[in-house]
Design a protein around this ligand. Sequence first.
Ligand code: PLP
Length: 447
Amino acid sequence: MTTASDSILHPFTNLSQTAPAPIRTFAKGDGLYVIGDDGERYFEAMSGLWSVSLGFSEKRLADAATRQLQSLPFYHIFMSSSHEQVRELAEALIARAPGQLAHVGFSTSGSEANETAVKAVWQYNNVLGRPQKKKIIARWDAYHGSTALAASLCGLPNMHSGFDLPLGPILHTGSPHHWRHAKPGETEEAFATRLADELEQMIQREGPDTIAAFIAEPIMGAGGVIVPPASYFDKIVPVLKKHDILLIADEIICGFGRTGTYWGSELCGIEPDILVCGKQLSGGYLPISATLMTDEIYSVIATETSRSGGFSHGFTHSGNPVCAAVANEAIRIYDERDIVAGVARKAEVFHAALREAFTGAEHVGEVRGVGLLGAVELAPEGDPRRSFADKAGALWARDIYETEKTVVRAVHDAVVLCPPLIVEEGDLIALVERLRRSYDRVLPQIR
Ligand code: PLP
């Protein structure tokens, strides 16, 4: 058996020799399925890493990559260079972006795109002559990536411990997860009001002139598919505006229809100053991400570049033409197949099935989600203040994988779901049935 203690440093994997995690090796993709090297077909209900929106065998994406590899396989966009694919992609993103976003920088990963956002904010405030306005407020339970700065933004303790993080002027405020963090009897509305009040207090404590930006995933993904209360952003945004604090929307998971709207920002009614996207941007096939910003931010940074000679930030593969060509094709497919409307329609079936299968079931604490993001969280007698001694979520996810041949993810004691956007209603119902069969099998083992 292959184990994690081999030559590869597998991310987010137990690498120890004493408790080696078995490695699952996949050889081929086919629509909603990945096929293991044992020949077994697995329904991929996580879209890989929340990314493979159009399934694992979209020929148009492969063809777009091949065409570009055969014409211009590489050119950079440093020092006034450009190429057609990146220009087309920038226009496509700006045309679809919410609010006033008018400029776009490219990176290869979500982590880098978030770093680009933070560095742009820092330079913006330096140019404006307020060098003390640098702190970024992120939230507990958030995931923003793995590089030192992006991991610092995360609100997940495992991203900090052992790495001497967070570094830099990063603060964390409360997670908007009502079920887990509300006080007994606190309504969603009251909870959202309290979070906005706590944010205001943090800003006052730190000094409003020291806070540069607030970063938020519209719907939190890796923290466990956390949908904020309906009025959450309505209460948070005025606090930010009052203190001239920029809003960064991390749409790395939400972007391109995942939430049943083109952007999670639309769902949440926000118009961010900076929007970060990636993953589904290329249908998850090639590494490309983007940081969109308003003309106001861009123009201020541009002032500095006229003094210094250039914006000293970027990566070899920023706007790589092959990645950009695949992203352009993915965006065309989203439009042509009206993927967003399809998600909104299918989401109703998905969430109705999840609720019917699990609401009120033993030890089920919460059934939640939006669009094609879902989660079922277990807790002893459904009580968010208690947890099982054993890793109930991991046990459940393992059973779903081994017995139902379905890939899901465990977060705490929740199983989270993020199927490809091309999933059909029948697939979603079958997925929920598999989850429920597995739950019935695993329940007697949970302590
Ligand atoms: N932001 C969010 C919301 C994410 O979910 C992720 C990855 O899962 C990232 C940022 C980091 O993206 P990457 O792994 O491409 O660096």
